[in-house]
Design a protein around this ligand. Structure first.
Ligand code: ZN
Ligand code: FE
Length: 242
């Protein structure tokens, strides 16, 4: 267990991820709001080593500047290709690169679809992936800048990670995603069980994430789509779902 993760709620339904390494190293991912991020870091020991960014949307980066002012030693990590619209980066990375944290290496995975420059970070050691708004539990990000083909490929890359990998996504959307997913696969037992579980978790005031790649492969219709045409059809239906 090299890296551990914790979901820190912020804004309406966003999650900042708090990561801890074996020797007290601390990182956060996507601080859409500074207050909760700073409080979580203080609680974790008051030292911050890194700030990972998955994409440029405000609900993922708006807190970066203030967090960096509070913890000036923290290195801000993001996609070099999107540097022009991200907060100033200390470490500009590209898909295929690895970033060291807590004695392990995170692989940078290209995940265009939601935005053109979106990336995920996969820590093989702790079996963790930080995937922003690409993969959600029982859903996936909206195609704001990318095509269905790009998103399909991005999801495929995440689906290929080890099944036990913890999926640390950017939003608490599981219950509303479940309502749509059940219209696509009403007879999927894993999906029905997951929908019940999410309902109970929310009723108890707990996050429904992280989920795992295995669980999403069993229950998430977007990850289960066999081809890009099917994926595109499901994505379009979700966009029009009320
Ligand atoms: Zn976004
Ligand atoms: Fe978002």
């Amino acid at each position: 267990m090299a890296i551990t993760v914790e979901a820190v709620p912020c804004l309406e339904d966003n999650y900042i991820w708090l990561l801890r390494g074996p020797r007290g190293e601390v990182a956060i991912c996507d601080p859409g709001e500074a207050g909760p991020a700073i409080a979580a870091v203080e609680k974790a020991g008051g030292q911050l080593d890194m700030i990972f960014i998955t994409h440029h949307h405000g609900d993922h980066v708006a807190g970066v500047a203030e967090v960096k002012r509070r913890f000036p030693g923290a290195k801000v990590v993001g996609n070099k290709a999107d540097a022009h619209r991200l907060p100033p980066l200390d470490l500009a990375v590209s898909p295929g690169d690895t970033v060291g944290f807590g004695g392990s290496a995170a692989a940078v995975i290209d995940c265009p679809g939601h935005t053109r420059g979106e990336i995920s970070y996969h820590f093989a050691d702790g079996a963790v992936v930080l995937c922003g708004d690409t993969l959600f539990s029982l859903g996936c990000g909206r195609l704001i800048e990318g095509t269905a083909e790009e998103m399909f490929r991005s999801l495929r890359a995440l689906a290929a990670l080890p099944p036990e990998t913890l999926v640390c996504c950017g939003h608490e959307y599981t219950e509303s995603n479940a309502r749509f997913a059940l219209t696509v696969e009403p007879d999927n037992a894993a999906l029905r069980a997951r929908a019940e579980e999410a309902k109970a978790q929310r009723a108890a005031g707990r996050p429904t994430v992280p989920t795992t790649i295995a669980q999403e492969l069993a229950a998430n219709p977007f990850l289960r789509a066999p081809d890009v045409a099917t994926f595109a059809r499901i994505r379009a239906a979700k966009d029009n779902f009320r």
